[in-house]
Design a binder for this molecule. Structure first.
Ligand code: GYE
Length: 310
């Protein structure tokens, strides 16, 4: 009879799980939404979530992960602020047999050091933005400024690369300035002001921002310079946060590519299956990317998303 009751070693139910989440910080509206959704996803499954905010610093994330290992958590969710420098701490988690799932950004580390990564195709997002602008300009000359995300982060690297691929071969399009705005509204505004000053506002034809928050900050700078965002300067960005939908509805922005804040859903599904019966997930769980333009009902999407925890 006893043998009937024996569970496979390590079998763990969601209600008994404790998971550590090393979050980057709250630099953007998208990230705040990801944090909210992650808490909700854990709670609805009965998982205990230990949350650590790293205030944008990798060293804080490494400390948090070491803390989670010391506490003997069952798994770790990691949104890695930058791409490099993770090998050592990921090896420590592996030695402790604690699976790590990457959320929304990738790392330059051997694949066997994490269970899976739940991310969008970050290069593809940039490419979609570039192709959208190439089509929009239809052969007209256009001097582009670019607001990059956090230096050394995988989305900043990949979204830059993808955009360059998207406009490759279009001789009418040229990136004239490119600088980091650290994924924040405040820096997006400051850097856009410096672009406008350096270039002279009316010579800039388009802005590509690696996220919506920087675009929203830049919209403010463009208005203060006496120009019309969305008309004098076309704006394309990424995330599709509510304020970007509102800006498109108001004609102050032109396009955004959607990134779901629900990375935790697929991540926790994968972890539950792995911890319950050892099911190995795919190394990459890819989330969808959808382009929104003025052709969509952005006012409606804005209202819908406002009720979703953004
Ligand atoms: O687009 C940006 C955030 O890591 C892909 O990080 C994510 C990015 C997201 O701060 O808004």
């Amino acid at each position: 009879l006893a043998s009937v009751l024996v569970l496979s070693p390590g079998a763990l139910l969601a209600a008994d799980m404790t998971i550590g989440f090393s979050q980057i910080g709250s630099e953007s509206g998208w990230r705040a939404a990801e944090t909210t959704v992650t808490r909700q996803e854990a709670e609805s499954r009965g998982i205990e979530l230990k949350f650590a905010d790293a205030q944008q610093k990798q060293e804080n994330q490494i400390k948090a992960i070491r803390g989670f290992i010391a506490q003997g958590v069952d798994a770790i969710l990691l949104a890695p602020v930058v791409a490099t420098g993770w090998d050592e701490v990921l090896e420590e988690a592996k030695d402790a047999e604690i699976p790590v799932v990457l959320l929304d950004r990738t790392v330059d580390a051997p694949e066997d050091l994490y269970l899976t990564a739940v991310t969008s195709d970050l290069v593809h997002e940039g490419r979609v933005a570039g192709e959208w602008l190439a089509e929009e300009m239809a052969g007209e000359d256009c001097r582009i400024v670019e607001l990059q995300g956090t230096t050394g982060s995988s989305p900043a690297i990949d979204r830059k690369k993808g955009f360059e691929e998207g406009i490759a071969g279009q001789d009418n399009l040229e990136i004239v300035r490119s600088q980091t705005g650290d994924f924040t509204r405040a820096q997006g505004k400051v850097v856009m002001e410096s672009f406008l000053k350096a270039e002279g506002g009316d010579t800039i034809c388009a802005l590509y921002a690696h996220n919506d928050d920087m675009a929203v900050g830049a919209i403010q700078a463009i208005k203060e310079a006496g120009l019309k965002p969305g008309e004098d300067i076309k704006i394309v960005a990424i995330d599709a946060v509510p304020d970007a939908h509102l800006a498109i509805a108001n004609g102050e922005m032109n396009a955004t590519i959607e990134l779901t804040p629900n990375m935790a859903g697929p991540a926790l599904d994968a972890l539950e299956a792995y911890l319950a019966n050892g099911t190995e997930p795919a190394k990459w769980i890819q989330t969808e990317s959808k382009l929104y333009t003025a052709a969509d009902d952005n006012q409606a999407v804005y209202e819908e998303k406002k009720n979703l925890g953004y």
